[in-house]
Design a protein around this ligand. Sequence first.
Ligand code: FES
Length: 272
Amino acid sequence: MPTVLLLLATVAALLGVAFWWIRRNNLAVYPAGRGPLVRQPLPTGCDLGERLMAASAVDAPQSAPAAGSGVAAPERAAAPAPAKPPKRKKPSGPSRRAFLRNSWLIAWLGVLASFGGASLAFLWPNLRGGFGAVIDLDSEDAVAAAIAEGGGRFEYPSGRMYIVSYDPANDPDGDYADITNGAPFMALYQRCVHLGCRVPWCASSSWFECPCHGSRYNRWGEYQFGPAPRGLDRFNLSVEEGRVTVDTSTVITGPSRQTSILGEPPSGPHCN
Ligand code: FES
């Protein structure tokens, strides 16, 4: 839900910026009263006729009175003032060209915003229990039961991890004490440290065996065989007030190839 809200907010913000930008540029290019829609009105047919008549009245020669008639020459008729062309009503709103340009721009910005929002939602870590967050798995008893039911491991796909049981008695030097924090479990990253394939559990050998290039790891994720450069990476796990939590925001580099503290041979044939 927060991801959807974040996506909608991003789209709304981008559209708001787009509207502001378009309005600002229109006003900057065409200041008030000088936009592309203000045109000089063309004279109509009636206007032209009136102007021609007025011009002929002004240019026509006055008939001179006969000499010695004693009649004063008539006053020259004043030319009628040319009629002002009727003002054209200025169309309100943007021109068709501006409308189409703005529509295209908004459409493209909408597409870009959707794409950006979707990418963001895909890459953003799921803060409510997915990989990249601190995950509250379950109660200690429930996790122990899930490991027993899974034949030695409990798989948690959305956290991309396996939970295996950990007995400090098998780790006398406490090599894994800092990532288990006194809990009877250990959290292993499912990603193969060779080239990144997901490493499945092999029920017959009770090892983790990578199908891509054949790397094998024992139940604690320690290197046993293949091209992998080290043991499986892992996460910090702790038990607080009976709840098992795993911090998947930080990947802890796995033990070296030479580290094999568990010393547990395969329980049966290998899968790969
Ligand atoms: S990716 Fe696992 S062995 Fe190559």
